[in-house]
Write a protein that binds this ligand. Structure first.
Ligand SMILES: Cc1cc2nc3c(=O)[nH]c(=O)nc-3n(C[C@H](O)[C@H](O)[C@H](O)COP(=O)(O)OP(=O)(O)OC[C@H]3O[C@@H](n4cnc5c(N)ncnc54)[C@H](O)[C@@H]3O)c2cc1C
Length: 397
């Protein structure tokens, strides 16, 4: 059975697919979103909630994150949904002189590009974080790091998108994609239903390679698991959200990476300790390549919780109420693929946001809508195009 022709079919109802569908609906496009499970069944429903700016190197991702932050500030009003946007700021805790000198250099490069980050001395750190371990010698501080509730963001895109005519069909895994003689795309789901459209967007997150395979294409995106523990609701322990410098420093400096404790390096642990709107703390997280297994492990959870305890001994009697794992869609260069596949007219990819998809959702949606409607994107994103040089390969070639 063939349905009516849509302008665009978006595959995947995660935050990226829904943002893309919403901004396309604002451009008066008839959009259908196809989701194999539920809304947010992928990473967007199993993640932290940060719009984190100060971890980013100057470049396109920082530029996009700044744009997204500005968009988020007005998005609760625009979507008529309380996105639980909060601006608590963030601190990256520093324990050694070596970490301090690497972070000073990093902060200087960010300042040069206009990002408002500074280094705080121990006394000021303790004023802002009275319960922090006294082993901490300094921290970075950025007042602009913010957060939203990803579930609310997805709900908001759906609510407003549907008012504009956007359709969503759930529990329909896409199984086949082909180009018809009339130049339309035909997308078939596992129950045999067929949908046609002028354009298709692969927004299937960590599953984007499976969708690409349906059009004889390989894209280097891999699932990178993150495990998180959630505490009971407790009073605020400090003024801001928290990260540790050890993981960031290891990423910036290979020499420091080699000196990490083996288990922390193997599990890719970097502490994030962030307070939700309701007063629960999210303690994260691991970065592991374990295929599509999104379970949690005793080793993963115990190590992230131990890291949190090292920095905040006061947590020792706080209850953990839930743990979960999610699969970040990780590309080889850490950047998402945004754009049309050369030679596949009307087949677009918006996937590979790894640990930044929540932060980058609004800007991604807006840029994708501009690309798909043939407008000039408001940011220069040529380097994010899904090209051969980034490992995107057509099997027939
Ligand atoms: C532990 C953890 C912490 C994180 N913390 C943050 C953070 O603080 N800030 C931040 O910005 N980002 C964070 N991220 C990253 C963020 O969650 C992701 O970048 C983002 O959710 C990716 O969104 P997506 O829509 O591309 O993918 P997903 O949310 O995975 O959505 C893809 C969707 O496609 C569907 N799908 C797959 N195959 C098919 C098919 N055949 N047919 C139809 N549908 C299909 C899936 O069911 C899924 O719903 C974190 C991630 C994790 C795991």
């Amino acid at each position: 059975m063939m349905n009516k022709v849509r302008d665009v079919i978006v595959i995947g109802a995660g935050i990226i697919g829904l943002a893309t569908a919403y901004y396309l609906s604002r451009e008066n496009k008839r959009v259908l979103v196809l989701e194999k499970e539920e809304i947010g069944a992928g990473a967007s429903g199993a993640c932290d909630d940060m719009i984190l700016l100060q971890s980013k190197k100057p470049g396109i991702l920082l530029e996009m994150a700044l744009e997204s932050l500005n968009m988020y500030k007005n998005l609760s009003d625009e979507l008529e949904t309380d996105l639980e946007f909060q601006n608590l700021g963030g601190m990256i805790l520093i324990e050694t002189e070596e970490q301090l000198s690497i972070m000073e250099e990093f902060v200087a490069s960010q300042n040069k590009h206009g990002l408002d980050v500074e280094i705080l001395d121990k006394e000021t750190v303790i004023k802002k974080q009275p319960f922090v371990s006294r082993r901490v010698i300094a921290s970075t501080y950025s007042s602009i790091d913010s957060q939203v509730n990803p579930f609310r963001v997805m709900q908001g895109f759906i609510k407003k998108g549907q008012e504009l005519g956007m359709e969503i069909r759930k529990h329909l895994p896409v199984k086949r994609i082909s180009m018809t003689k009339t130049g339309l795309w035909e997308v078939e789901t596992d129950n045999g239903e067929k949908f046609s459209s002028k354009a298709v967007v692969n927004a299937a997150g960590a599953w984007a390679p499976e969708i690409c395979k349906l059009v004889e294409m390989d894209i280097p995106i891999r699932p990178k698991r993150g495990q998180i523990a959630i505490t009971e609701q407790i009073p605020p322990l400090g003024e801001t959200n928290i990260w540790d410098a050890e993981y960031i420093v290891a990423k910036l400096n290979p020499f420091m990476a080699k000196r990490r404790k083996k288990i922390l390096a193997e599990l890719g642990i970097g502490l994030s300790f962030t307070r939700t709107h309701d007063g629960n703390y999210f303690i994260g997280g691991t970065r592991e390549f374990v295929g599509y297994d999104k379970g949690t492990t005793i080793e993963g959870i115990s190590n992230i919780v131990t890291q949190a305890l090292r920095y905040f001994p006061i947590l020792k009697n706080v209850s953990i109420i839930r743990t979960f794992g999610g699969l970040r869609p990780a590309s080889l260069d850490g950047k998402p693929f945004l754009g049309e596949i050369e030679g596949l007219n009307g087949f677009f990819v918006a996937a590979g946001h790894e640990g930044d998809g929540i932060a980058l959702a609004p800007v991604t949606g807006k840029l994708m809508a501009q690309l798909i409607t043939g407008q000039k994107p408001f940011l220069s994103i040529e380097e994010l195009a899904p090209t051969k040089s980034r490992g995107v390969v057509m099997r027939k070639n």
